[in-house]
Design a binder for this molecule. Structure first.
Ligand code: DIR
Ligand code: MN
Ligand code: MN
Ligand code: MN
Length: 305
């Protein structure tokens, strides 16, 4: 695979400064070296630079840094769309508001290529607010609703081609605000919250979804939020929620994603290196990308065991 690293040092979608250091931390932790060691080619396109913010406003006064996030959305959408025909973009965040742009860019490409887009959201949160419903005012809580084509996103650009609800699958969910909960219940989005993962394990629901992606010849975007992981193994995130994915569950998800051969783009979001413990969260995230791109302890050569 030709891996295209794209830095997205977005910090304005939440309130704990430090995500802007994420792309540097991934480079220091050796993301490119790990990918090359697995036989991939790596092209680092550097960090995306947004246009100057234009001064958009919104009636919901809780929202902060709206013009900055709109500018990031535009720039990252362009970066994503232009990377897709060249290889697999890996967006190094940056907080999760960057996915407003990355998924828009990938969706624009999918539309032009006439392929359906599927999204896997690995996160403690459903990120299903709109600018109208957010009470925190943190726009990192909105990208999944934007991609699903929810109304209420002005002054963001219209989402290029809404991702159908049946093509969206969330894993690891354990923090959903009341407004998100109401809107999610109106949709067919698959919400694999921790209850589902405790009861069924992570493998069966993941394989069910991947089978549908394969059957539809879809493109698959994976959005990996650090807080998907349990805070005991991944402390470097501003919004820790107890009870997250374990080390073993997280690697298993990534290995199965690799075996599927279906992943076409990836976000790495919410890493806040300022909160890290000697780089351990950055290193874990790099190791997880390694698993997603073919790193195995033992190469079984077949996918049935
Ligand atoms: C919360 C949580 N639902 C909010 N945010 C996120 O602020 O809207 N934290 N996504 O990572
Ligand atoms: Mn998130
Ligand atoms: Mn989250
Ligand atoms: Mn938040």
């Amino acid at each position: 695979t030709h891996c295209i690293l794209i830095g997205a040092p977005v910090d304005e979608g939440q309130r704990v400064p430090g995500c802007m250091m994420g792309p540097s931390a991934y480079r220091v932790a050796g993301l490119g070296r790990v990918l090359e060691s697995l036989g991939h080619t790596v092209e680092d396109r550097g960090d995306v630079a947004p246009a100057p913010p234009a001064g958009e406003t919104h009636p919901n006064s809780a929202i902060h840094h709206l013009p900055e996030v709109v500018a990031w959305t535009n720039a990252l959408s362009v970066a994503g769309r232009s990377a897709m025909p060249d290889g697999m973009p890996i967006f190094m965040g940056g907080d999760h508001s960057l996915a407003l742009g990355t998924v828009a860019g990938v969706a624009a490409h999918a539309k032009a290529a006439d392929r359906p887009l599927f999204v896997i959201w690995l996160d403690a949160h459903s990120d299903f607010h709109t600018p109208e419903t957010t009470t925190s005012g943190n726009l990192h809580g909105t990208p999944m609703a934007y991609a699903a084509g929810r109304p209420g996103f002005a002054p963001f650009p219209p989402f290029p081609a809404a991702v159908p609800a049946e093509n969206i699958c969330m894993f690891g969910i354990r923090s959903v605000d009341p407004a998100e909960h109401r809107m999610l219940q109106e949709t067919e989005i698959t919400v694999n919250d921790m209850r589902v993962l405790d009861e069924r394990g992570i493998v069966a629901p993941l394989r069910e979804f991947l089978d549908r992606v394969r059957a539809a010849n879809g493109l698959l975007h994976v959005s990996l939020d650090v807080d998907f992981l349990d805070p005991s193994i991944a402390p470097a995130v501003g919004t820790t929620v107890p009870g997250g994915a374990t080390f073993r569950e997280a690697h298993l998800v990534c290995e199965i994603l690799h075996e599927s051969g279906l992943v076409t783009s990836l976000d790495l979001v919410e890493l806040n290196p300022f909160l890290d413990d000697r780089g351990r969260t950055a290193k874990l995230m790099v190791d997880l990308v390694g698993s997603m791109m073919g790193q195995k302890v033992f190469d079984r050569r077949t996918r049935s065991f």
